[in-house]
Design a protein around this ligand. Structure first.
Ligand SMILES: Cc1cc2nc3c(=O)[nH]c(=O)nc-3n(C[C@H](O)[C@H](O)[C@H](O)COP(=O)(O)OP(=O)(O)OC[C@H]3O[C@@H](n4cnc5c(N)ncnc54)[C@H](O)[C@@H]3O)c2cc1C
Length: 494
């Protein structure tokens, strides 16, 4: 409940999700005064993990015209980027660092447009705990080094959790000094020379391979994953795809695959079949049975990911050239064992569908399995605090957090929160398609609108201290009033 009519919102994380939800609150709350505080360790909110790269080879995997921060102004990013670099047009796959500049600009624009009674600020820190006030009227947001702030609402926008440390390794290998657990950590690739083994063959592995090549590493670079599948490629100059008008009726993996295949054949373009279906993924995912969702995760998720998250055409060309020159190889298999040698790691790889093994010697092994999706294994201080206190529980299949359709987190008892909300990749288990800018910007709008509705319904709280000595008729009247929306419950009436 807001104090003095000013609602305090703390946004945990200032990546794309935190920045966009903060901007939407400022833009949409009008005369409802609010103090929005974004907590993030970065110097300026905006970039997060994905757009903090300084490597020019790291491109967006979506054409510029689809990357606007504003759902109602689709060409906004493309026009912004074109002003800074005339080579960028609607169809370009722009550098991710340019998109980081854009998001910082979006943040500064939001700061410039704050209404008089409101504020928008950034605090450089990390949130380590959330504690509800005993009457549930606010949340104490604990920061590193012992500081704390109070909030009426908290939006969890912690985004992509760091990669799972030991993913795809032989036992003990994660402790090797030659193992790099997180390629996104600033400086992680700085000292590398010689040949390397990448664990993973998705977009993170492609990013890492190109960053290593840019640094002059001759290789060979070997990428290994269970299926050995690289992301597919965008079609250059592909026309924009209109979404299906409504979600398809199919709710089994088999029938959905048949639908996508049929549509792909009809259009002569599988990309169109995927892209027109994508806006309905969250609804389809939410309404599929657990058995079917489990079937999808076991048999189809990897195939969906490589078709859905595609490489920019110029990145695919570079990857093709590196493979042709034997500087990069991509294999399906698993690490069976390893041995530390002076100056190298000797790794035994068991190939998929083969009884034989291959022995390779590499200077480093790099974890390119991408963001950790299972919150209970993330080893994140805040997530562990929230799980430990029962404020949140893991989402379906342990992916992300369990959340209601409007983003309210669901606690360990299955009760939705009125104070703690989520946006972005943390909604993975509940919505599946929730990590890209297109989904995030829509969530930011609906969450800002939802919080405003909650605040308006809670305005002008009547806090009633009921005395035992009051006549019983008056007690009944007060009890009825207290039970109605917009009236805060007094402690003595339970
Ligand atoms: C390498 C990569 C490339 C991508 N490319 C594209 C693309 O081209 N197009 C597209 O649409 N999507 C892309 N994505 C998807 C991406 O997930 C979203 O676009 C978006 O960046 C997600 O933003 P976020 O704010 O949710 O998460 P993040 O970028 O992970 O930001 C979260 C922020 O929260 C902070 N934080 C975490 N915990 C705390 C805490 N306890 N206290 C305070 N702060 C905290 C972190 O430091 C970070 O700054 C890409 C993702 C990755 C990983």
């Amino acid at each position: 409940m807001s104090v003095g009519g000013v609602t305090k919102v703390v946004v945990v994380g200032g990546g794309c999700s935190g920045t966009l939800v903060a901007k939407e609150i400022i833009a949409r709350w009008g005369d409802q005064a609010c103090e929005v505080l974004v907590v993030d360790p970065a110097e300026t909110p905006g970039r997060g993990v994905a757009y903090a790269t300084s490597c020019p080879s790291h491109l967006l995997n979506v054409p510029a015209e689809q990357m606007s921060a504003h759902p109602d102004r689709p060409g906004h990013f493309a026009a912004w980027a074109h002003c800074r670099d005339a080579g960028v047009d609607n169809d370009s796959f722009a550098p991710r660092m340019l998109y980081g500049d854009y998001l910082e600009d979006v943040w500064r624009d939001a700061q410039r447009s704050v209404p008089a009674a409101s504020s928008l600020a950034h605090h450089r820190s990390r949130v380590v705990s959330l504690t509800a006030a005993h009457d549930g009227s606010s949340v104490r947001v604990g920061l590193e080094h012992g500081d704390a702030v109070a909030a009426d609402h908290v939006v969890l926008a912690m985004g992509n959790l760091p990669p799972s440390v030991g993913a795809g390794l032989a036992p003990g290998m994660a402790r090797s000094a030659r193992y790099i657990a997180d390629p996104w950590r600033p400086g992680a690739l700085d000292e590398l020379t010689g040949s390397v083994l990448l664990i993973g063959t998705g977009l993170t592995a492609i990013d890492t391979a190109l960053a290593l090549v840019d640094r002059g590493i001759i290789g060979p670079i070997r990428a290994l994953s269970r299926h050995g599948l690289l992301p597919r490629t965008h079609r250059p100059d592909a026309p924009a795809v209109c979404p299906l008008v409504s979600a398809p009726a199919e709710r089994t993996v088999r029938s959905l695959i048949a639908l996508l295949r049929g549509n792909a054949d009809t259009y002569g373009d599988w990309r169109r079949a995927i892209d027109e279906f994508r806006p309905h993924v969250a609804e389809v995912w939410r309404t599929m049975s657990d058995i079917e969702r489990r079937r999808f995760l076991r048999h189809a998720a990897r195939f969906w990911e490589i078709h859905r998250h595609r490489m920019a055409p110029e990145i695919a060309d570079r990857v093709g050239n590196l493979i042709a020159a034997s500087r990069l190889s991509v294999r399906a298999g698993v690490i069976e064992s390893y041995r530390e040698l002076p100056g190298a790691l000797e790794v035994v790889i068991r190939r998929r569908h083969s009884t034989g093994t291959a022995l390779i010697s590499v200077s480093h092994v790099i974890n390119c399995t991408g963001p950790q999706l299972r919150v209970s294994e993330a080893g994140d201080r805040l997530v562990d605090d929230l799980l430990g206190s029962g404020t949140v529980r893991p989402g379906p299949f342990g992916l992300g957090l369990d959340v209601a359709e409007d983003g309210a987190v669901i606690d360990a008892q299955g009760v939705r929160s009125r104070r703690v909300w989520s946006i972005g990749p943390l909604r993975r288990g509940a919505e599946w398609e929730t990590t890209a800018v297109r989904e995030i910007r829509s969530q930011a709008v609906s969450l800002a609108t939802r919080l405003l509705a909650v605040e308006r319904s809670e305005q002008l709280p009547v806090h009633v201290e009921v005395q035992d000595t009051l006549p019983s008729a008056l007690l009944t009247t007060i009890a009825t009033a207290v039970a109605s929306p917009g009236v805060e419950r007094a402690g003595v009436i339970s």
